[in-house]
Write a protein that binds this ligand. Structure first.
Ligand code: GLU
Length: 284
């Protein structure tokens, strides 16, 4: 079986030890399988992405000794593909425009008639559906947030479950009953008001475009994978194998974040660490 994987950082800050682990692991798995290791720059959020961080990504992973097998794919070059996929979903009646602010959502969910505590899904509060039944224009609006109508999406799939192969710490076939997605995920945003597309939409379109067979990424994203499989099925795309790896944590057990500059690869390098030291630090 071919093995094509990718490392897909967002250029919104310095790469830290957690990114190093993800990139090294994906690269080593590809090389061990005689497969391909690709790069993708997830710069869809133009308000946060910076050219400076993209340059630093190439520098850091080159320094780590990694090589990649094709020109990197940039999400900012893929907007027409995201637009086309949104149009397909819009034409099938699976999207609706939403102009709720975070505060609108919060107050709808805490209104006394709702009862119980508001539920959280992989994207935060589960949307209460305020805009779902508003009149729909025939043409997809160009500068509105677009949500997936989860109940309709599931109804078009004609299947009670979706599943994917997980090869990480606990190899298994992960099966989700589709009706559960209404209460555990809800009507997620597939295109944001401030930029075309969303993480969930672009990641599945790009994985398919790059012919990714194995997605190697952190455990923190594993909850979103059921959303990715659902979208792949809606758009007729293949589902890769998923390998969700352990997270690199700081001394207090907290997962590293972009703002943890102290653990930036560039900082260790400036302090005299070698790529072999970095491998040791992340337990490889
Ligand atoms: N861009 C995401 C990140 O930097 C990775 C997404 C993925 O691997 O699917 O965390």
């Amino acid at each position: 079986m071919p093995f094509v994987t990718r490392f897909a950082p967002s250029p919104t800050g310095p790469l830290h030890l957690g990114h190093a682990y993800s990139a090294l692991l994906a690269h080593d798995m590809a090389r061990a399988a005689g497969g391909r290791f690709l790069l993708r720059i997830e710069d869809i959020d133009r308000t946060r992405a910076r050219a400076q961080w993209e340059d630093q990504i190439y520098e850091d992973i080159r320094w780590l000794g990694l090589t990649w097998d094709a020109a990197p794919l940039r999400q900012s070059d893929r907007l027409p593909a995201y637009h086309a996929a949104l149009e397909r979903l819009w034409e099938r009646g699976l999207l609706y425009a939403c102009d709720c602010t975070r505060r609108d959502i919060q107050s709808a969910l805490t209104a006394p008639q709702e009862g119980g505590d508001p539920a959280f899904g992989p994207d935060g509060l589960i949307y209460p559906g305020t805009c779902r039944n508003k009149p729909r224009p025939e043409k997809m609006p160009e500068s509105a947030a677009l949500r997936l109508d989860m109940a309709r999406a599931i109804a078009t799939l004609n299947t009670d479950t979706i599943s994917y192969e997980e090869t990480g710490a606990h190899p298994q076939t992960v099966i989700t009953p589709t009706p559960d997605l209404i209460s555990t995920v809800g009507d997620i945003i597939l295109s944001r008001r401030d930029f075309l597309g969303s993480y969930h939409l672009s990641v599945i379109l790009d994985d398919a475009h790059q012919n990714i067979t194995h997605v190697v990424r952190g455990q923190d994203i594993s909850e979103a994978t059921q959303i990715h499989v659902l979208l792949q099925q809606l758009l007729g795309l293949p589902t890769p194998c998923y390998h969700h790896h352990r997270l690199i944590r700081d001394a207090t057990g907290k997962r590293l974040a972009k703002r943890d500059d102290a653990r930036a690869i560039a900082k260790y390098r400036a302090d005299g660490a070698s790529p072999a030291d970095i491998r040791r630090m992340v337990g490889l």
